[in-house]
Design a binder for this molecule. Structure first.
Ligand code: UTP
Length: 773
């Protein structure tokens, strides 16, 4: 009894305990004693002994025809004695647990070498002994926490008092809820139960984010199926058993092996893909609620992927990944060593996900994986002065006196207990550490050096490739050495583009972290601290803003003009003027933006004169589109003489035209729906899809939906500069280059509008010119 109580308890840091039997956590020893004396614990203990007794009297039966009713099995086993219960595997209908009246009856059943039902040979074997797992009453459906919307997350974070509090809050919002933890425990026991039946003495062990201290609601379920003991079991069952007492193989074991799925395979000689196929078969046929099972044999670590229907969790089972168990324990140890580790890792992971730098949602891909990102944070903490975490080499020293651990030939020794680590004397707060993280990696040469957690240093690439070490690390644009498997570059999948983006995004983030907006809570209710870092694409948008949002497109020559080609020397020049008029028309009349031509006074006067001369004889052209201030409210403020575009005649290249623009409504959102509504069930042929007239109505309708009146402040403001592109060589088209410069704080929001314009503007301008022609 004392023994089983001991096995149920897990000591927690700071004197707490977790009772694994009841899934209860208590703060201290007196509370633990209360719990152990309490009703719940007592009830579960007695339930456990009842279940264990049932288990000893039950057999596991398979091989019958799918859909066989429980009553038929009941009738069949009745001939040996009383059948207490038959539990069918309802989901797949391929196995059943038959509870018999007592162990004597069980022995009789097992002594029978052949069982058959409805012409099918039955496989009958004793139940595998397994740990009792309490199934707490649970609400139906997924135990996943309701997805936290970005707006809700931003709101919650903005309410915290400082960046440190924001980071701690982030952990609370993302980590598993108690019900999700329970659901995962249940899934582990379900897998364990089924696999034990098919692979005697196997063990299912979780690794990765479910257990490494960086759990995020809904994250993958990484499982390792340990078949070592099953192999030994199979080998011993196959050994001729002249002297069972000597080799330990009993006739019972022999029968278990022959009757199980294992009779189809020799684990010792089977290849990894063969064993994975077998695991996949067990998953498909025998684990309730599992679907989308797929073997991925060509990965570095081959796995079987699956999805669990009820919880919608996705998972992987590997059979050859003991190192992952060890590095998972290492990550846990780091979280126990210093309480700043978790908030920092959660923050960096979320930032990287939002900036599309990490995650590889469907596996593979050129982004950093979460393991790599976590190692980066740990490395950073090793290199602070004084260090927050010890290097892996130091951890090995600290483990002296304990049993050393070598996995696949790699030394993976570190102390079992975090109490053996020296507490860090580093006192930096989370806010400063995050800023420094970005600063350090914004400056890092990822391709030219190797990040070594073992040494806690950046090493020259040559030093890890020397023949003395015998280590062959695959070098690439991002070199991050696994702390234990020293020949593994954890970021080997990262391509040059991602490595460069990672660095640039770190630089942008580091710059932001120097601002007051990062460091101090806004008293005016504006976003501050982590919130801005987490805006999707912010970092990229700022990089874009620095280099400019540029849209290049060729303007094809309308058919009629082609005939005139060669007659007009300034052909491209005229085309450019028309294009500018078209751009301004689309922005103002079609998209309902404000658009005011911007020019320097002196230059403007000259250019206006030139413009007047050059457009003489074409005065009837209605305002030449963009050549006048296009917003009614702003029209009065601009001199009428300055309403023509610049037309520098030297060469078409270098001509330019600039407008200051404002967007008042989100006219880029929901256009398709509004377009459908406006066209009605029988579209008016005049309103053909995408006609500019219809598009103008769509923008007007969206603006009206958002409110009749124009808001006081525009949503977005930007300068737009159009010029003839550098390669104006083709006679058949004029290359246009448009550069958008949003107000810097609006760069991220502008990105959405820009993406819309990339598709919309070239087509609309072309249509406008075609209709004018
Ligand atoms: P992930 O990158 O999936 O990390 O690797 P994670 O912490 O589980 O995050 P999620 O699942 O994306 O939320 C899973 C585990 O696989 C092992 C590590 O143990 C890691 O925790 N792993 C991963 C390696 O051992 N080496 C690798 O190169 C990658």
């Amino acid at each position: 009894m004392a023994e089983s109580i001991h096995e149920d308890l897990e000591p927690l840091p700071r004197g707490g305990f977790r009772c694994r039997l009841c899934h209860v956590t208590v703060a201290n020893k007196p509370s633990l004693d209360d719990h152990l004396r309490g009703k719940k614990h007592q009830r579960l203990e007695s339930l456990r002994s009842v279940r264990q007794d049932q288990e000893l009297r039950s057999v596991f039966v398979s091989g019958f025809r799918k859909g066989t009713p429980a009553s038929e099995l009941n009738d069949y086993f009745q001939s040996y004695g009383e059948v207490i219960n038959v539990v069918m595997d309802k989901d797949k209908g391929v196995y059943a647990i038959v509870e018999l009246q007592d162990t004597e009856m069980l022995e009789k059943v097992l002594a029978q070498t052949q069982h058959s039902l409805g012409g099918q040979k039955l496989r009958v074997k004793p139940r595998e002994k397994k740990d009792f797992k309490y199934t707490p009453p649970r609400r139906q459906g997924s135990a996943k926490r309701e997805q936290l919307s970005p707006d809700k997350l931003a709101q919650e974070l903005c309410q915290a008092n400082d960046v440190d509090a924001q980071m701690s809050l982030l952990v609370q919002l993302f980590e598993f809820s108690e019900s999700e933890r329970r659901l995962r425990d249940l899934l582990f026991s379900l897998f364990q139960e089924v696999f034990l039946e098919f692979f005697p003495e196997s063990a299912i062990l979780p690794f990765g984010s479910s257990v490494n201290g960086f759990d995020v609601s809904g994250c993958d379920l990484d499982l390792f199926l340990d078949l070592e003991k099953t192999k030994t079991f199979q080998a011993s069952a196959k050994t001729p058993t002249e002297t069972p007492a000597e080799d330990g193989a009993s006739p019972e074991l022999d029968a278990r092996s022959e009757d199980s799925i294992l009779s189809d395979i020799d684990l010792a000689s089977a290849t990894v893909p063969e064993v994975l196929e077998l695991v996949a078969t067990v998953l498909r046929k025998c684990v309730p609620g599992v679907h989308h099972v797929q073997v991925v044999a060509n990965a570095r670590r081959p796995v079987v992927k699956f999805c669990h229907k009820e919880s919608s969790l996705r998972g992987d089972i590997s059979i050859d990944n003991k190192l992952a168990l060890r590095n998972t324990r290492f990550l846990q140890l780091c979280t126990e060593a210093d309480e700043r580790v978790r908030p920092l890792v959660y923050t960096v992971r979320h930032w990287a996900k939002q900036q599309a730098l990490a995650g590889n949602p469907f596996g593979g891909g050129p982004l950093l994986n979460n393991y790599a990102l976590t190692l980066l944070v740990l490395f950073f903490l090793q290199t602070r002065s004084p260090p927050v975490l010890p290097t892996v080499a130091r951890l090995k020293e600290l483990s002296e006196g304990e049993e050393q651990t070598v996995v696949d030939g790699w030394d993976c020794s570190f102390p079992k207990d975090s109490a053996r680590l020296e507490p860090s004397s580093n006192t930096e707060n989370l806010c400063a550490l995050l800023a420094e993280f970005f600063h350090v990696f914004g400056d890092c040469d990822f391709a030219g050096q190797v990040i070594s957690l073992r040494e806690g240093q950046l090493l020259p690439t040559s030093s890890v490739l020397t023949s003395e070490t015998g280590i062959r690390l695959k070098l690439g644009p991002f070199n991050l050495q696994d702390p234990f498997e020293l020949s593994h570059n954890v970021a080997a999948n990262v391509n040059e583009k991602t490595a460069l983006r990672f660095r640039r995004c770190c630089q942008v983030a580091a710059k932001y972290c120097r601002s007051l907006q990062y460091q101090r809570k806004s008293s005016k209710g504006k976003i501050w601290g982590l919130v801005r870092l987490f805006q999707p694409g912010t970092a990229e948008a700022e990089v874009l803003a620095a280099t400019g949002f540029v849209l290049n497109f060729p303007l094809p020559l309308p058919a009629q003009s082609r005939e005139l080609l060669g007659q007009a020397e300034d052909f491209h020049q005229q085309q450019f003027q028309k294009a500018c008029a078209g751009i301004a028309f689309v922005l103002q009349d079609v998209l309902k933006c404000s658009c005011l031509e911007a020019r320097e006074e002196q230059q403007a006067v000259t250019e206006c004169k030139q413009g007047e001369e050059q457009t003489e004889g074409r005065a009837e052209q209605p305002s030449a589109g963009g050549k006048r201030p296009l917003d009614e409210e702003e029209a009065g403020s601009s001199s009428p003489s300055c309403k023509r575009p610049r037309t520098e005649t030297v060469s078409p290249e270098g001509q330019s035209m600039t407008w200051n623009c404002a967007v008042w409504h989100k006219v880029w959102l929901g256009r398709r729906r509004v377009r459908r509504q406006l066209r009605g069930p029988q579209p008016d042929p005049q309103h053909s899809a995408g006609s500019l007239e219809l598009e103008a109505k769509v923008s007007a309708a969206i603006s009206q939906q958002e409110g009749e009146a124009r808001p006081e402040e525009p949503l977005l403001q930007f300068a737009l500069r159009a010029r003839v592109g550098a390669s104006a060589s083709s006679e058949r088209e004029t290359p246009l280059s448009l550069r958008f410069d949003p107000d810097p704080p609006q760069a991220a929001a502008f990105q959405e509008f820009f993406h819309f314009l990339q598709g919309f503007l070239p087509r609309a301008v072309e249509q406008r010119l075609a209709s004018e022609a």
